[in-house]
Design a protein around this ligand. Structure first.
Ligand SMILES: [Zn+2]
Ligand SMILES: [Zn+2]
Length: 352
């Protein structure tokens, strides 16, 4: 089969490799569509998480390995002891790799497993004709949701999970800093959990139309002062809930300053550089700091939102590539055109 194999920094090769075989409890899936995630871009550009020398803590794997964890496909083979699934089922999956034994796994919070890994980082992933996944991590794609749309469910689950961690969202004024796919997942998560008003802050106007179409307010933070804007927007009040979806000291600082006393701040951004955190501003008014890591069962909710027409995934797909064009038109292109793109998909199979 054809696969995108990571060998090192800026060295992803499209190669012919052997098809994987499902072990006990696993299924083999023919991949139709796969999504390029921010983490895949990090693997390409560095700093990477794919183990190069020290074997992965859960799987024991080291590079080279097949990248990618966001995908949709159809089951083509079942391993031993797989119940409830059959060949031909349309599926997507949670790409986390977990031990199943630690305290977090046993309590159902497998997204914070002690040995957590991801497909495409700790084991062979989905940028290939076939991928093998644990049946326990599968989600059925509902009628009315296409394979193409379903490939976007995984990143959308991140914002739904983060929202669920913070409890009651009803009537809350929310600010989302960062309008990439993760910021948008937070936007949708908050919106459909009952938030009252949502302001999305980003640089440039790429997302204004989209956010406004879904009833949100958009601010270009390169032109206006976010803190001032939030005070006006909130009639002098700061935000009840703020999501930081960039991962930079500057936006973390902004996020702390626009969270109201007693309000909640959710950090979803992944930081390239260790930030200095203004703990005094957090502490002086009992602002509550949350963090979120991937998701557990929220892909099901994302697929449900798509089925109900609450999220039109088509509008989030801004570009399509193939495995053959992945490096040039996917990774290299995204380095220069990040903000314009929400989700770049790789068309791998034949299904729409
Ligand atoms: Zn992802
Ligand atoms: Zn575990």
């Amino acid at each position: 089969m054809k696969a995108a194999v990571w060998h090192g920094y800026k060295d992803v090769r499209i190669e012919e490799v052997a098809e994987p075989t499902p072990k006990k409890g696993q299924v083999k899936i023919a991949v139709d569509w796969a999504g390029i995630c921010g983490t895949d871009r990090h693997e390409y550009e560095g700093p990477n998480f794919i183990p190069v020398k020290k074997p992965h803590r859960l799987t024991g794997r080291v590079a080279p390995l097949i990248i990618g964890h966001e995908f949709s496909g159809r089951i083509v083979e079942l391993g031993e002891d797989v119940d409830g699934w059959k060949v031909g089922d349309r599926v997507t999956a949670n790409g986390s790799l977990t031990c199943g034994k630690c305290e977090a796994c046993r309590s159902g919070r497998y997204n914070i497993c002690q040995k957590l890994g991801f497909l495409g980082v700790g084991d062979d992933g989905a940028f290939a004709n076939y991928v093998v996944v644990e049946a326990a991590k599968l989600f059925r794609i509902p009628e009315g949701v296409s394979q193409r749309e379903a490939a976007v469910a995984e990143p959308l689950a991140c914002g739904i999970h983060a929202t669920n961690l913070m409890g009651d969202m009803n009537g809350k004024d929310v600010v989302v800093i960062g309008p990439g796919i993760i910021g948008l997942s937070a936007f949708f998560g908050a919106k459909y959990a009952g938030a009252s008003r949502i302001l999305v802050s980003g640089i440039g106007d790429y997302r204004r139309e989209l956010v406004e179409r879904y009833g949100g307010t958009y601010i270009d933070s390169s032109k206006a002062d976010l803190e001032e804007y939030v005070r006006t927007w909130g009639d002098g009040r700061l935000a009840d809930i703020v999501y930081e979806c960039i991962g930079a000291e500057k936006t973390l600082d902004q996020a702390i300053r626009i969270t109201k006393p007693g309000g909640k701040l959710m950090v979803m951004g992944v930081f390239g550089k260790k930030p200095t955190v203004d703990m005094n501003t957090l502490q002086e008014a009992e602002r509550i700091l949350y963090t979120s890591q991937a998701h557990v069962n929220e892909i099901a909710t994302a697929l449900e939102y798509m089925k109900e027409g609450k999220i039109r995934a088509d509008e989030l797909i801004t570009k399509e590539v193939t495995l053959d064009t992945l490096t040039e038109e996917g990774f290299e292109y995204l380095i220069g055109h990040g903000p314009e793109n929400i989700k770049v998909l790789i068309k791998i199979g034949e299904e729409k």
